[in-house]
Design a binder for this molecule. Structure first.
Ligand code: PHE
Length: 338
């Protein structure tokens, strides 16, 4: 009977030696130590052993059971450790492998400049309004004191859709639309696309403008000056000077074109400012009483100013871009620089 136990011990040793995986060891555990295992079976039959042999047999059985447990546990541990090792090796991440480049988009330089400018005026209490790009001749021209066949319409090379409908040539078209729906005081900016049949280094047929206007009692030219100076200083820096030149627009009286000291040469004269030291940047003026009549405001009560700014123009000066046609081309090599 003791021989029986010894041969079990021997086969445990042999089989444990041959085991090739954690699974093999776990199977052995079941075979020898499980509920129906060989050693468990022997323990169950202990009572059938003759009384005088029982102590020695019991001791041996216990010893072999402990031996088996220890042997299989240590084998199990060894297999687990080596499995971890191989999985660490095979699943290793090589941090030196070059990554996959995910190109990221960004805002177009015109959008960036527009957002910056809108931010400045919103911080000054202006609200943002929009009007249609396909516009009635009425809002683009007539309500702004450009009568039909008036020569001033020649200033803007208009795309006509029909006799009464145009692609808006300026954001001034939003003025009367807003005035019709609101009563003073008004402090409004109207950014957006405008269209003119014109194309060269400094003109493209679709570009962006930002209209600004303020209407209330007692608004004066000095308010326009102060507002524009503050705005220009925020965009181009406080050392920039402004110059108002008399000009003409049918919807403002008096009218002015506003130049800033050249941002490149600081006024000394260079090829950007054609040697003059000044760059034209805005059209502006005091809103013509005729416009209030179109809107149904009393021109004896209300006064106000308006200005119109070319966004591409500002972006060109800010980023030192010398050809306006680069903006709508959408060449990534150009766009990626902003
Ligand atoms: N709408 C004019 C233009 O496009 C600019 C302007 C706006 C002038 C407002 C005066 C007042 O040239």
């Amino acid at each position: 009977m003791l021989n029986d136990l010894h041969s079990i011990k021997k086969s445990v040793q042999e089989e444990a030696e041959k085991a090739e995986s954690l699974q093999d060891i776990q199977n052995l555990k079941i075979r020898y130590l499980g509920k129906k295992g060989l050693l468990t079976g022997k323990i169950k039959t202990l009572s059938s052993i003759p009384k005088e042999q029982r102590p020695e047999y019991g001791r041996s059985l216990n010893e072999i059971k402990n031996f088996t447990e220890e042997l299989l546990d240590s084998k199990e541990k060894a297999f687990k450790a080596s499995e971890l090792d191989t999985s660490l090796q095979t699943q290793q991440i090589d941090v030196t492998v070059p990554g996959c480049y995910t190109p990221s988009g960004r805002l177009h330089p015109v959008t960036q400049v527009l957002n910056e400018i809108i931010g400045i005026f919103v911080s000054l209490g202006f609200s943002v309004e929009e009007g249609p790009e396909i516009e009635l001749d009425y809002y683009n021209f007539e309500a702004l004191n450009f009568p039909k066949d008036h020569p001033a319409r020649d200033m803007q090379d208009t795309f006509f859709i029909s006799d009464d409908v145009v692609l808006r040539t300026h954001t001034s078209s939003v003025q009367v639309r807003v005035m019709e729906k609101n009563s003073p005081p008004l402090r409004v900016i109207a950014p957006g696309k405008v269209y003119r049949c014109d194309a060269d280094v400094s003109h493209i047929p679709m570009f962006h403008q930002l209209e600004g206007f303020m209407v209330d009692r007692h608004i004066r030219m000095s308010d326009l000056k102060g507002m524009l100076e503050l705005f220009i200083h925020r965009v181009f820096g406080p050392e920039t000077s402004l110059r108002f030149r008399p000009s003409f627009f049918p919807f403002t009286e008096p009218s002015a074109e506003i130049d800033i000291s050249c941002v490149m040469c600081k006024g000394a004269g260079c090829n950007v400012c054609s040697g003059t030291g000044w760059i034209e940047i805005l059209g502006a003026g005091m809103i013509n009483p005729r416009v209030y009549e179109s809107a149904g405001y009393d021109p004896d009560v209300y006064t106000g100013f308006a200005f119109g700014l070319g966004i591409e123009r500002v972006a060109m000066l800010k980023y030192e871009i010398n050809d306006i046609r680069l903006f709508p081309e959408n060449d990534k090599r150009f766009l990626e620089q902003f």
